[in-house]
Design a protein around this ligand. Sequence first.
Ligand code: GLC
Length: 650
Amino acid sequence: MYRHSLHQQIRNILADGDSAESRQPDASFVTRLTANATALDALFQELYGNHPQRDQFFSEMVRTLIRTHVSRPVSMLERDDRKLDAGHWFLSNQITGMSLYVDRFCNDLNGMPDRLTYLRELGVNLLHLMPLFESPEGESDGGYAVSDFRRVDPKFGTIEDLRSLQELMQSQGMYLMLDIVFNHTSHHHEWARRAKAGDPEYQDFFYMFPDRTLPDRYDAAMPEIFPESAPGNFTWVEECGKWVMTVFHRYQWDLNYRNPRVFIEMLDTVLFHANLGIDILRIDAPAFIWKEPGTTCQNLPGAHTLLRLLRQCVATSAPGMALLGEAIVAPADIMRYFGTGIYTARECDIAYNATHMALQWDALATGDTRIMLSAQPQLQQKPFGTTWINYVRCHDDIGLGYTDEMIREAGFDPYAHRRFIKDHYSGVHPGSEARGALFSVNPKTQDARISGSLASLCGLESAIAADDRAAVDTALDRILMMQAHSIFLGGIPMLFYGDEIASLNDYAYQQDPAKHYDNRWMHRPRIDWKALAERLRPGTPMQRVFTGLQRLIKLRREHELTGDYGNISWMHPHNIHVAGYVRSLDARRLYCVFNFGKEPAWLTWYAFKQHGILPDTLTDLWSGTEIRVGPDHEHFILPAYGFALLINRD
Ligand code: GLC
């Protein structure tokens, strides 16, 4: 939509471009800026329409877009063009990711180049490097408390090391994902230090209050994120005699996006990150970025407007960078992060499929897939052009974030059911093989999440301790079934480092004063590269998991229908232990069936035929066998914790 005054303003800003800049904005940038101007203006107006300096800040935002674009390296501009030409590049079946802590994986950034071969051997071509920017030792939250957004923490190396790694990865066809900790800074960040020193301009960068009046109003409606280690949502700042909002830990100060200066500073930071060559920017904790007293301060409309504004800015200045919203929220809330109305598929490009991840763990504990199935109608509403990160584990805890209604719909009592799941994974339930721990138990509500590595939660730790070979085999079956279910689901599979070699829980964090209060460290292993030779010794758990994953990734890459093109449908339930979905493209069908139960499961051929005509034989990509399709009443049998990937050949 053309608006004369707005477009005139944009033209003027473009015309008095900074002559000191080395380049002039190119034609495609100008087209994008002009095309997006109306949206940028409307979104900015929604957030800052009442601000006395609204116009001045709007111009500053546009200048930031121009400045960051003209300093974008030429190689990245070319990559942007290639991605735009390909359209929705991140929906492809060719991308498989891994999240890792650089220091725990290979000491520092200089250690990474040598490890790329290992990652490619596995089939990984997207790396999510956990936070790398400066973060004070001891008050770091694994790097999610950033004291300088532009300085790589010396323990990892330098920004130059990061740039060379990115260039190397790009030359090898790999993708890079990094975090922007958008919701808060460390209390050692310069803005926080100035606020502590009493500077009102910087106090306005945070939610700071002279007394408890507003903090009490906020606290009354806000849940606690870390009720054990950081209860409440405000922290008293002795230096300036004020309360500051700290939703996460006391050392993480929430940024005040009601102040347009904060938005512009963080936009500049985001685009600085974009110009490091990041392919996917993981926006940490976006559900929390807008606050209103009397609300939970999560998932508010303002948070969505802010994300939409950020998205239009990135799409203008650095269009090759996709945005991943790390919103770990209820199923009904997650869809809104993909945008609604005219912003459908124009907010976050990617989101974590956290509900499904938790449902996999639910089904594994109970052997019953009904809750997982009851969630699918909601999860299937994801708009075309957006995708999931699918995963079974990450660096965080597993929250049982699915709804009580879903549990009830499957015929269970929500309280008793969740209690069972928690008891199962913390190894408390009699006979449970899982070895995990409860994280962030809320003493008031008994709510809790779960920590533990994939292998330990699947029973490998207890099986090895008991020297029980059959139990080891079962644990390995569980691990691969869980991975396969997530890898073929549609979306980007994101492995968590260490899971590819069946790492068990590491209890060393208990002795570390900076970590002992946070049991998520039990599943953040230190990689011992000497021990990794085991992955080549046939029959070891490490080798079986590594090669299994390698094959799963390869199979996914060989079949285009595993990309995320709105081409998944769930099989009708016939056996409560089996979850099945069908991936399709043209006449091709891939029937993916997973037995979450501890006994063999039987499915009639009718269960498959309901989803289309079957040929006489199907090929199971996983076992490599041809399978004769029987009449409707005969059965296809899956072993305990087994799975099959049945494809029709021409
Ligand atoms: C995200 C991170 C988590 C961190 C939190 C606060 O949820 O994944 O590890 O504790 O944000 O930054």
